[in-house]
Design a protein around this ligand. Structure first.
Ligand code: AMP
Ligand code: MG
Length: 649
């Protein structure tokens, strides 16, 4: 057993948490041992309502399918012995019985030697007949007889009773998940209702003073409740019946009341948030009062996901997932899904896996099982897996990722170029037709939109200009969007290209000073005047950009030696600058016009930034790359870019 004692810190004196961090395997084993074996409750369901549920009992076939010997073709039921001597030269003539056996018609007359009965596909074989001759292999001889010029083997074109499903055979085993194929077998056997495992009723609660439900107005400093929706969906995907109880404020009494109520009406309770340090984090204390044995693991050596708390209260699992949505999702899938599926009578989840090369080194913390989201790209020698994680707070990484890598607790890294196993989020991975890695711009979506409508899969991975250039140099993408300013030559982008890359001009983005409309310090001024007026007011706060950004060079030129308040606030994106000004955290900064306008801010134009593409020459002839170049040059794209505030090059 791996136990890592963690010293108490002064700020967590009132919290007896993280005292013992369990390994992922130990935590799961203890959790399962406290919950299983347990009785699986079954309930009868109509076929249509059983889809997705697991059978709780074996189903035995009550009848033979087909229930009688039946014809597979349109033709004539015969005695094969009558046709033993039939050939091209010596046809055999059979008299027709006065009967036509259609589907659903029970035959009334026997087929005696020397006779045949007309029979349709699906018709029951009459007494005496042991084969069927296709109508194409016969010639009428008057209206009462047929001639046959080939022999028939016994059983020819006949499906025997029970050949599909035999009465008394185990049709479906307990644990089978009912899908359309199973429904088909059950319906063919005449079964209208099956016993399925009762879906565990799972209560979902989010915790945090800051949470607002999607659809409601976001108040200042609040965020949308993401986990409530994620966890509810993941429970329903894995055999549970989720009931969302909303987000509860970090108030011990209110939270305890909500938890008690939710647990009383459910078989399982899943909370999120409130497990990291902070005065408001109280849910783990409440759990200790909810039932025996209580907390099984609080702190698991997972990354992301260390603050996971697993408990069992009077036989019911109670879980607190970490607050960060990606952490919540990984811990849920890794640690909770196995338990939920067992409670739902479902087999363990079978995730599809592929092998892929990891082009860059990934450092990992020793002692924690680490999950790293990756996005898959087709390389020359097979799949390449790119890490896409932006840190445990980012939800968009999920949308870009195709799956994840698991780094063993005992490994401190995955070296560059390791061949690794990727667990896919969806079983059918679609490797994108076009891969764009670099700096993201909303204009890019306008250019690729028609490609997506034409059925091409375009993947854009935002790693910044320099990250994109590095990927392009390694040949791991088709195009790298960049906006890099060379201070010496005062030229954008071209000086940064190396062997094997060529520049495809993209568009220009007007950069300038952004401020709140009506601010007299900036309104109606030139950029230089605005900067002077900002510097003259000691209460005026700016927001800067990161070193290396083209925008930063413009700001530094404008400021000269001055270092006004806010200079060291250096976010990495145009959007963060606009947000800081819009939210009054700063009074001015520099961003691009479309971003300023989208935030309803005032804007003073200063200089154009060049947003171009480094194209990997060896990939230029690929159909998707050509489609992109066509889209970029098209009148429609140019018009859309212009409309959005960009200037096509
Ligand atoms: P906590 O464990 O409550 O301290 O939460 C850790 C982080 O996750 C904080 O930034 C929370 O705002 C965030 N968080 C907690 N619950 C949710 C939720 N339901 N949806 C989105 N973010 C959340
Ligand atoms: Mg919280």
């Amino acid at each position: 057993m791996t136990k890592t004692p963690v010293p108490r810190k002064p700020e967590s004196l009132d919290q007896d948490q993280f005292l013992t961090i369990l390994s992922r395997e130990d935590a799961l084993a203890r959790f399962e041992a406290a919950l299983f074996p347990r009785e699986l409750k079954g309930e009868a369901r109509k076929l249509a309502d059983a889809v997705g549920s697991a059978l709780s009992e074996d189903v035995v076939a009550p009848i033979d399918v087909p229930p009688f010997d039946r014809s597979n073709v349109d033709g004539f039921a015969v005695r094969s012995a009558d046709l033993a001597a039939a050939s091209e030269a010596t046809p055999v003539r059979l008299r027709l019985n006065d009967e036509v056996i259609a589907c659903g018609v029970a035959p009334a007359r026997p087929v005696l030697s020397g006779t045949a009965t007309s029979i349709a596909t699906g018709g029951p074989l009459p007494r005496g007949a042991d084969a069927v001759v296709m109508v194409e292999h016969t010639q009428p001889s008057g209206s009462r007889a047929i001639d046959i010029r080939r022999a028939a083997s016994p059983g020819q074109f006949v499906s025997y009773a029970g050949s599909d499903i035999a009465r008394g055979e185990a049709l479906l085993r307990a644990g089978t998940v009912v899908g359309s194929r199973e429904i088909g077998m059950l319906a063919a056997s005449g079964i209208a209702e099956v016993m399925v495992a009762r879906k565990p009723r799972v209560a979902v609660l989010s915790t945090g003073d800051e949470l607002v439900q999607p659809g409601e107005v976001l108040r200042p400093a609040a965020i949308y409740d993401t986990n409530g929706a994620i966890v509810t969906a993941a429970i329903n995907e894995n055999g549970g019946e989720a009931h969302f109880h909303g987000a509860i404020a970090d108030d011990e009494a209110a939270l305890e009341a909500a938890m008690r109520k939710a647990l009383a009406e459910s078989n399982m309770l899943v909370l999120s948030g409130g497990t990291s340090k902070g005065a408001g984090d109280v849910s783990h204390r409440i759990i200790a009062r909810l039932g025996k044995p209580g907390i099984i693991a609080h702190g698991v050596a997972l990354k992301p996901g260390k603050p996971l708390c697993l408990a069992v209260c009077d036989g019911k699992p109670v879980i607190i997932l970490p607050g960060f949505p990606t952490s919540a999702m990984f811990t849920f899938h890794d640690m909770i899904v196995p338990v939920l599926r067992r409670m739902a009578g479902l087999p363990p989840r079978s995730d599809a896996k592929v092998s892929a090369r990891v082009p860059v080194r990934i450092a990992s913390e020793l002692g924690r099982t680490e999950f790293v989201m990756v996005s898959l790209v087709e390389g020359v020698d097979g799949l390449i897996a790119y890490p896409t994680g932006k840190g445990s707070g980012a939800i968009t990484s999920f949308a870009q990722a195709d799956g994840f890598l698991k780094i063993d607790a005992l490994a401190d890294q995955i070296p560059a170029n390791t061949q690794a196993e990727v667990t896919l989020f969806t079983p059918h991975v679609r490797v994108p037709d076009l891969v764009i890695v670099g700096s993201h711009c909303t204009g890019l979506d306008l250019v690729t939109a028609p490609m997506a409508r034409a059925g091409l899969a375009v993947r854009s991975i935002a790693v910044g200009s320099l990250g994109g250039l590095a990927a392009a140099k390694r040949g791991e993408c088709d195009l790298a969007p960049i906006h890099l300013f060379d201070d010496k030559s005062e030229i954008y982008n071209t000086p940064f290209l190396s062997e094997g890359l060529e520049l495809v001009p993209g568009w220009r983005r007007m950069q300038g000073i952004v401020f709140r409309q009506g601010d007299a310090r900036f309104e109606g001024k030139t950029a230089q005047e605005a900067a002077r007026s900002a510097l003259a007011d000691p209460a005026c706060i700016m927001v800067n950009r990161n070193q290396g950004a083209g925008t930063r060079i413009l700001i530094d030129r404008l400021l000269g030696e001055a270092r006004p308040d806010g200079y060291w606030n250096q976010p990495r994106s145009h959007n963060a600058v606009a947000a800081a000004v819009a939210q009054h955290r700063a009074d001015w900064g520099m961003t691009i016009a479309p971003v300023a306008h989208a935030s309803g801010l005032g804007f003073i134009p200063l200089a154009e930034e060049h947003y171009d593409f480094a194209l990997v020459k060896t990939r230029k002839q690929r159909a998707a790359v050509q489609a992109f170049l066509d889209a970029l040059a098209s009148e429609a794209s140019r018009a859309a870019l212009t409309e959005a505030g960009f200037r096509p090059a």
